[in-house]
Write a protein that binds this ligand. Structure first.
Ligand code: ADP
Ligand code: MG
Length: 292
């Protein structure tokens, strides 16, 4: 490609809201055989809602929600925000929490009214030695419907199973269809539950996914995808997506995402519209075809 044609193409990309940090990214995108997407905030809107809350026997639903939201107050995780919003919308005033601890990829723990409250996934409960078996079937059903199941415990006693659900961005399925039409393999990477991820991947038309990936595990997934010399692009928005954006041959950040993701990327989709990925790929092909 001539420097001029690359400049013209990156200019056209910019007018479509796709900012290329350097011309090589456009050329690298032309050679890309695999595109991996983060799930939450990239393929999905990233604003989950509380959809289900089933208290354990003898536990009052409102009291459970109040304690759960109190423990989550200090968390910045999207699931935490959904729980606090649900409690607030139900007119609850949240008691303060102390000893707050967030475990990335697991959940949170805090002391509320002198008692320990834990909210998180099955992994968090297993680590604390709390048996989730009584709620496992319920959790599996919720996950099968594409919802993310969570558990809550009060002083080591399970008090509720709950679920939050996020929706696919408009354009997510269309993007994936267009990439498949170009013979590009599409992969989803998420920290979420395997069943939940499977249901969402199915809805989006994605055939390969890596679920229950810990926050620092995304880089290793990109390394795996690059085996055999395949060129890999990664699309993400979060703080913990930054290393994978750097590791990928082309890192594409969602412009509505975190600053650290944007700074780590080779290209940025300003509006957060994932269709920008397809447009960028099409542009890379058009540009590099014209100059041959
Ligand atoms: P993702 O954004 O793909 O869900 P994360 O690594 O942020 O990935 O989280 C992985 C999982 O850890 C979540 O799906 C959830 O089950 C659990 N988790 C993380 N933070 C919290 C929290 N504050 N409250 C409850 N669960 C949490
Ligand atoms: Mg994300």
């Amino acid at each position: 490609a001539t420097p001029t044609s690359i400049m013209v193409a990156t200019g056209r990309a910019a007018s479509m809201g796709i900012l290329f940090r350097h011309g090589e990214a456009l050329q690298a995108l032309r050679e890309t055989q695999v595109i991996a997407f983060d799930k939450t905030g990239t393929l999905t809107v990233g604003r989950p809602q509380l959809t289900d809350l089933e208290p354990a026997e003898g536990v009052d639903r409102d009291s459970a929600l109040r304690l759960i939201a109190a423990a989550e107050q200090a968390s910045e995780h999207p699931s935490a925000r959904a729980l606090v919003e649900a409690a607030t919308a139900a007119g609850q005033t949240l008691p303060p929490a102390s000893d707050f601890q967030a475990r990335a990829g697991f959940g949170v723990s805090a002391e509320v009214e002198g008692r320990q409250v834990r909210v998180g996934n099955a992994r968090l409960m297993a680590e604390a030695g709390i048996d989730t078996a009584p709620f496992r079937e319920r959790a599996d059903t919720l996950a099968g419907a594409g919802k993310s199941p969570l558990f809550a415990a009060l002083d080591d006693q399970l008090i509720a199973v709950l679920a939050v659900a996020d929706t696919l961005k408009p354009g997510a399925a269309e993007t994936i269809r267009a990439l498949h039409a170009r013979q590009i393999e599409v992969v989803m990477i998420t920290g979420d539950n395997r069943r939940t991820a499977e249901a969402i991947a199915r809805e989006a038309g994605i055939d390969r996914m890596f679920a229950e990936v810990l926050p620092d595990g995304k880089v290793a997934v990109i390394e795996t995808l690059r085996e055999g010399g395949r060129r890999v692009a990664f699309v993400g928005d979060g703080i913990n997506d930054a290393p994978a954006l750097v590791e990928a041959d082309v890192g594409i950040a969602i412009g509505t995402g975190t600053d650290v993701a944007i700074e780590s990327a080779d290209a940025v989709l300003m509006s957060g519209d994932v269709l920008g990925v397809t447009r960028a790929v099409e542009l890379s092909h058009a540009t590099l075809r014209n100059i041959r």
